[in-house]
Ligand binder design. Structure first.
Ligand SMILES: C[S@@+](CC[C@H](N)C(=O)[O-])C[C@H]1O[C@@H](n2cnc3c(N)ncnc32)[C@H](O)[C@@H]1O
Length: 236
């Protein structure tokens, strides 16, 4: 028994790694969340598929339930693939699943994926670092678990570029917090459904981005690197 914790990339099915494809080809069981593109499941021709993502109108599985399914499937099968969007360790709860497997003494292998946080900006010509413009990047969640006793995100980041994931629902509150520390005219780029056919890009500044129509799933990129994107995409 071995479990592969695998990143599926941000959406475009060609952005999955060869290593991930090979793991899928050998899989007896595949546990997957809602992926931006289900096309990659085709590599696991003979596998049993278990969907553990959100389903409208149904109870969706808590993390401890997913961990339990993963451990049980690992005990009953030779090769289990746990597939997650982007990279499993970037806001993917892959670390929790790795620990659950470790505690049960189950062998696991880790296959990174192209994280949307960096891969999606790259595909549109928005480098998250750039000589002379940005020497540092912060990746942050825009949606902290509301059951936490105290908020961990303070928004006083000093990085030149900030990339917010899960950032649309709270964009007004979060940009207001960031404006306490950064110039309200700092450029912002929001990328919806990055690398997919329905990709949409919206630009603005910290002070006006909330006036624009934006829908999840999307990334919010904040910083002067956005000017580089605007330079090569005059119409956006
Ligand atoms: C639960 S996090 C998972 C991130 C994933 N593990 C990764 O590395 O990309 C989900 C968030 O990632 C971002 N995201 C994932 N795929 C995206 C895409 N194709 N386009 C834009 N944002 C995306 C959105 O902010 C979304 O709310």
């Amino acid at each position: 028994m071995v479990v592969y914790l695998v990143g599926a990339g941000p959406g475009d099915p060609e952005l999955i790694t060869l290593k991930a494809v090979n793991a899928l080809k050998n899989a007896d069981v595949v546990l997957y969340d809602k992926l931006a593109n289900d096309e990659i499941l085709k590599y696991a021709k003979d596998a049993k598929f278990i969907y553990v993502g959100k389903q409208a109108g149904k109870h969706y599985k808590r993390q401890d339930e997913i961990n339990e399914i993963l451990v049980n499937e690992a005990k009953e099968n030779d090769v289990v693939v746990r597939l997650k969007g982007g990279d499993p360790f970037v806001f993917g709860r892959g670390g929790e699943e790795m620990l659950a497997l470790f505690k049960e003494g189950i062998e696991f292998k880790l296959i990174p994926g192209v994280t949307s946080a960096i891969g999606v900006p790259t595909t549109i010509g928005l480098p998250v670092t750039h000589r002379g413009v940005s020497t540092s990047v912060t990746l942050v969640t825009g949606h902290e678990d509301p059951t936490k006793n105290e908020k961990q995100v303070k928004w006083d980041f000093t990085a030149d570029t900030i990339v917010i994931l899960m950032g649309i629902g709270n964009i007004a509150e979060n940009t207001a917090e960031i404006m306490k520390y950064k110039d309200p005219d700092t450029p912002v780029c929001v990328i919806e459904n990055g690398t997919m056919e329905n990709q949409r890009i919206v630009t603005g500044t910290l002070k006006d981005i909330t006036e624009k129509e934006i829908n999840p799933p999307a990334l919010v990129v904040i910083g002067h690197v956005v000017d580089l994107f605007k330079e090569i995409n005059k119409e956006v």
